[in-house]
Design a protein around this ligand. Structure first.
Ligand code: DX5
Ligand code: ZN
Length: 219
């Protein structure tokens, strides 16, 4: 069976006790830490930025997966690179199509992996030309902006299409799914070919995080 990686989204963590919330996640079975950046413009919510990332970097050795839900990723990506991002994912919908490949190249030049994300209403077809250059494709399974929303079933078809294209052309990108992931929706995503499952509320509200993470992996 292929390996499934879990990326807890700290959006649902208790920020009064952030260090405690984060420091045990690795031994509880997580591989990535999903860092949701919101600017109140690309989405209707404001979260946190590079300074919080810097603080987090000191208390975890998990791979930091930065999800930029911001209007101007070109202006800010470097701030996240400098403060410890291992993967930078920006949105297809945020910038002009002709700016996407140059931004992928700029981020790669920093030695950081690059992801491209699509919102629920964006079809895989739109990002097809970028797939050979990407390390990750992030399929949003809720409208970005808030944790705790219900999984949108149309994302399963996108995962399936991406997995098919990946196999056909031997592309190397990983497929990550974000939004409404729980012990039931995770199974469906894995069946369709997902590699990384982001989960906020399901993990941080669980009594046992290690159990929640195992269930998400389908163990
Ligand atoms: C939503 C964020 C997600 C969010 C997921 O815009 O990108 O990462 O934290 O939260 P849950 O798992 O609660 O849907
Ligand atoms: Zn996210």
């Amino acid at each position: 069976m292929k390996k499934i990686f879990i990326a807890p989204s700290i959006l649902s963590a208790d920020f009064k006790n952030l260090e405690k919330e984060i420091s045990s996640l690795k031994e509880e079975g997580a591989s990535y830490l999903h860092f949701d950046v919101m600017d109140g413009h690309f989405v209707n919510n404001i979260s946190f930025g590079p300074y919080v990332l810097k603080c987090i970097k000191d208390v975890t050795s998990l791979i930091i997966d930065v999800h930029l839900m911001i209007t101007d990723p070109k202006k800010y990506y470097l701030e996240f690179v400098k403060n410890g991002a291992n993967i930078i994912t920006f949105h297809y919908e945020a910038i002009k199509k002709e700016e996407i490949l140059p931004l992928i190249e700029l981020i790669h030049k920093e030695g950081v992996k690059v992801g491209l994300s699509i919102k629920p209403n964006t079809e895989v077809e739109k990002i097809k030309e970028f797939l050979p250059y990407l390390d990750l494709v992030l399929v949003m399974s809720v409208e970005p902006g808030f944790g705790g929303q219900e999984f949108m079933i149309n994302s399963l078809n996108k995962i399936e299409i991406l997995d098919k294209i990946r196999k056909e052309y031997s592309y190397h990108f990983l497929i990550e799914v974000d939004g409404g992931i729980n012990d039931k929706t995770s199974k469906k995503c894995i069946e369709k070919g997902a590699d990384i499952l982001v989960s906020g509320s399901y993990i941080f509200k669980a009594k046992s995080r290690s159990k929640a993470i195992s269930l998400l992996k389908g163990e």
